[in-house]
Ligand binder design. Structure first.
Ligand code: FAD
Length: 396
């Protein structure tokens, strides 16, 4: 890894703040990971908690907090996540969730909640999971939500229900959980409340799910059976929890895009390096125009995604909220495409060697699928851009 202020194959020079963040992440990665370690964690389906700790010690969860009261600057977050996406992808995915937790707590927690949950999260002393999706619905989750919380006379809330696909839930210290608290019209997104729930609360069971990608971060099904949560662990306003989550979706889109960009970049670097040294018919395979053109198309997809992403992140940092959602949606779509295009050509350039579990290309290929549907599917992102950017009628 070089100490340049450019990402590899990038025309975009980092500004001094971004360059400092990029250098810091690279330094931690150089000291605490290796290709073998990354492959082993994926193979053994083991989260690299030690790497997470080192990243937190280097201040990369906290970053420079308190930008417009929302938490760390988006430009810093996407830089951390691009670097992690290019190798330690599963740790990057878990940090997307931590950054979301930081933003939710920054915006909506009261002082005691900040002291108990936000402060240790920023220091890396605890990790959280975000529990929204359910077995019956991810995209249309508000309508499908059957997890319910009812209030008892003393103010305690009691949660019952199921969540699905929750990243890191088995080992998290606390969960941010959305549950239906009022039976409002099914078409409304109100009537849902956000709760902070310590993972050790009795009545919570997690079961690991066997997924094809992001294998070094466990995903879990969660059952809530009579889980009692004190009134002071409601996060934000009662019945307005889903709206509060939607308010932070811009950051999650940017951050998902950043990991996807990192995956694409890692695959591109690996493919170009391989194409330069693998020989056929007396020439490096990278000399064949058939492969070279596809690698060029992948490089253009990666650079387009990077330019959109950094523009969206900078605009989001300067905008104090508001009219940046379309840019972020475009960045997410471009990055998700860069991930799938680049890993596809990467697999072809490497022939049978792409299939080998100890080499990273197949891992990039599997991992790149995540951000085609999370946190929002590419179809829903297209719906959003069609409606908001092109002014077309809402399609659903
Ligand atoms: C590895 C992994 C980690 C995850 N981590 C988390 C997590 O930490 N927390 C969490 O809460 N969730 C998490 N998720 C869930 C993820 O956010 C959902 O999978 C995602 O929102 C999609 O929901 P779904 O899978 O139910 O697909 P569905 O909603 O069932 O969609 C199925 C298909 O229908 C399409 N579709 C639906 N509506 C429309 C429409 N109006 N127009 C066009 N197409 C449409 C979708 O685009 C998709 O192609 C994770 C999932 C995975 C696999």
């Amino acid at each position: 890894m070089t100490d340049s202020v450019h990402a590899p194959f990038s025309t975009l020079a980092d500004n001094p703040e971004v360059a400092a963040v990029r250098r810091k992440v690279r330094q931690v990665l150089a000291e605490h990971t290796s290709p073998e370690r990354l492959a082993d964690h994926d193979e053994e389906e083991k989260y690299d908690a030690e790497l997470y700790r080192e990243l937190a010690n280097a201040g990369l969860i906290r970053l420079e907090t308190e930008l417009h009261g929302r938490g760390p600057a988006h430009q810093s977050q996407v830089t951390v996540l691009e670097e992690l996406g290019a190798g330690a992808t599963s740790v990057g995915v878990s940090i997307v969730v931590q950054y979301m937790g930081v933003e939710l707590l920054h915006r909506f927690a009261d002082d005691p909640q900040r002291a108990s949950y936000l402060a240790p999260l920023l220091d890396g002393d605890v990790r959280m999971s975000f529990a929204l999706s359910e077995p019956e619905g991810g995209t249309d989750v508000a309508r499908a939500m059957s997890t319910r919380a009812r209030r008892e006379e003393d103010g305690t809330w009691v949660i019952d229900g199921r969540k699905k696909w929750i990243g890191g839930a088995s080992t998290a210290d606390f969960l941010i959980v959305l549950a239906r608290t009022a039976e409002i019209e099914r078409s409304s997104i109100d009537g849902i409340t956000m709760f902070i729930v310590p993972r050790s609360t009795p009545g919570i069971t997690t079961t690991p799910i066997d997924t094809m990608g992001i294998r070094a971060l466990e995903q879990a099904d969660i059952v809530f059976d009579n889980v009692r949560v004190p009134a002071d662990l409601v996060l934000g306003e009662e019945h307005r929890g889903f709206r509060q989550v939607l308010a932070t979706l811009n950051g999650e889109r940017l951050n998902g895009a950043a990991v996807a960009l990192g995956i694409a970049r890692g695959a591109l670097e690996t493919a170009v390096e391989y194409a330069g040294r693998r020989e056929a018919f007396g020439r490096p395979v990278g000399a064949f125009q058939a492969l070279q053109h596809e690698l060029v198309d992948a490089a253009v997809a990666v650079e387009s995604a990077r330019l959109l992403l950094h523009n969206a992140a900078r605009t989001s940092d300067e905008a104090e909220g508001g009219a940046v959602e379309t840019l972020s949606a475009m960045a997410k779509l471009a990055a998700s495409r860069a991930g799938t295009v680049t890993t596809d050509i990467g697999m072809r350039v490497m022939g049978g060697w792409g299939f080998l579990r100890q080499l990273p290309m197949q891992r990039y290929f599997r991992d790149a699928r995540l951000y085609t549907f999370a946190p929002l599917t590419d179809e829903m992102i297209r719906n959003y851009i069609g409606e908001k950017h092109l002014g077309l009628p809402r399609s659903y």
